[in-house]
Design a protein around this ligand. Structure first.
Ligand code: ASP
Length: 322
């Protein structure tokens, strides 16, 4: 029997409406999702591990200016970029996270290095960057690299209201999310999750979201599930969304669909949380759950085709090379 393996990715969720999307922008998102999920899938096909597959997929989205991670991250109140990222290896419950990162092109790779090359699980700010430059040989990336005019305009709007918002907010009172993430099961039965974000537009005072919090926005445990979340981080964190999904499956025997549905439509929604999760279980079953208008998302079918969807009411469909 061939061993099952699978991967799923997201590029954020929120008020993603057809009326706001030009055909060109929609196509650009679909193509970026296709390239990301296929990058991760290629690692799995060649026998690579789930951790490296998720990092490969997330790296593609960090390098794209379309998503709120790496290049294209949202701006803080001080007009800077501060990024968070986390990886988790379900094989040994090992995890690596970084927060308040300003000068590393791919925070997800640094999160993996924190896990593999440091004795710690989370490093923050200047200390995390010192580890990157001095211990791991990372290049220094200027803040200019991460900036895009789109994020600057969003910040200007947000500053007028004094609020904070997810990256895809059309108006200040709307909430959208552009965090990126991947979950995978490899041919050896290992689960992994990776999530990366610029956080919220107009965030202040060293704000940290759910993304680097194990069990908040990211979790993986072999035999159980791998989860990556997107949405308002304060609520994802307070509801320990990723950990709650895993717990319901581990101790309550919930299916992946049931666990994701109950958590995303439970306390998280009741408290005003908007967002979604991607998950893969120990059999390679992939699940997407959201409580808002859309979530950029993709997986790969058994023939190796990328399946992509954006809007909530849309089924995944084959996305071919454009
Ligand atoms: N969860 C992220 C945060 O709060 C934002 C997002 O998903 O776009 O930092």
């Amino acid at each position: 029997m061939p061993q099952p393996f699978s991967i799923a990715i997201h590029g954020g969720a929120g008020t993603i409406e057809r009326s706001l999307m030009t055909p060109e922008l929609e196509q650009a998102y679909r193509e970026a999702l296709r390239l990301s999920v296929l990058a991760g899938h290629a690692v799995l096909v060649s026998g690579g591990n789930a951790l490296d597959a998720t990092v490969a997929a997330v790296t593609v989205m960090e390098d794209s200016p379309l998503f709120n991670a790496g290049k294209g991250s949202v701006l803080t109140h001080e007009e800077t970029v501060e990024m968070d990222a986390c990886v988790m290896n379900g094989q040994n419950l090992d995890a690596g996270a970084v927060t308040l990162i300003r000068h590393i092109k791919n925070p997800i790779q640094l999160a993996r290095d924190v896990m593999l090359k440091s004795p710690h699980a989370m490093l923050a700010g200047d200390g995390a960057e010192a580890f990157a430059f001095k211990e791991c040989g990372y290049d220094y990336t200027e803040q200019d690299y991460f900036f895009t005019p789109r994020r600057y305009n969003e910040l200007k709007v947000m500053k007028k209201t004094g609020g904070v918002a997810l990256s895809e907010a059309r108006y200040p009172d709307e909430k959208k999310h552009g965090t990126v993430g991947a979950v995978a099961l490899d041919k050896n039965g290992n689960l992994a999750a990776a999530t990366s974000t610029g956080g919220l537009t107009n965030k202040r005072w060293g704000r940290v979201g759910d993304t680097p919090i194990v069990g908040g926005g990211n979790y993986a445990r072999n035999g159980n599930v791998a989860v990556s979340a997107t949405g308002m981080g304060e609520l994802l964190m307070r509801c320990t969304v990723a950990g709650d999904i895993a717990g319901r499956m581990q101790y309550g025997d919930a299916s992946i669909e049931q666990a994701c549905r109950d958590v995303i439509h439970g306390d998280f929604l009741d408290l005003g949380g908007e967002g979604g999760v991607i998950a893969v279980d120990a059999n390679g079953k992939v699940n997407f759950e959201l409580n808002c208008a859309g979530m950029y998302r993709a997986t790969v079918d058994e023939s190796g085709n990328a399946l992509v969807a954006i809007f909530a009411d849309e089924a995944l469909r084959v996305e071919s090379n454009s």
